[in-house]
Write a protein that binds this ligand. Sequence first.
Ligand SMILES: [Zn+2]
Length: 172
Amino acid sequence: MLHMARQVAAWSKDPSTKVGAVAVRDRRILATGFNGLPSGVHDEETRLRNRELKLAMFVHAETNLVAFAARSGACLAGSTVYIWPLPACSQCAAVLIQADVARVVVPDFPEPLRWVESFQLGRIMFSEAGVRFERMPMTGPVGHELHEPDYAEQRERLKMLNQPLIPDLPPA
Ligand SMILES: [Zn+2]
């Protein structure tokens, strides 16, 4: 299912970090979401390239997933949410908890430094709220690269270790 979250992530117009999320229960896909501007809001290049504007206006993939589930009337209670390629930030963790999601699965990638604290807080919140959080180990050759400047350090570190930043997924 991380494969699918990865495909959904490709729909994001964010030039730097494309994130996708898929909610599943009983082998049925309930909702998908990717990061982007709200529907109808103009995705002008200047907005996409301006980090602060982007942060202020963008909806994260996981929050979009919950919003789209609401639109279509899909209940996410007890579902598993797969997110590619990053864990949920604290704000999205809060929204997933409130939607009664039971489990969150993310690939085991290095995290951009800018978001480390928020991801950590998200994990603490999941743990306290009884949401299972799982990191799936990734192996194989590089699939694609993240272009956030935050990744520069990890990229260098992984290059030294001869590890891919975003490896291919193991077969499902
Ligand atoms: Zn988020």
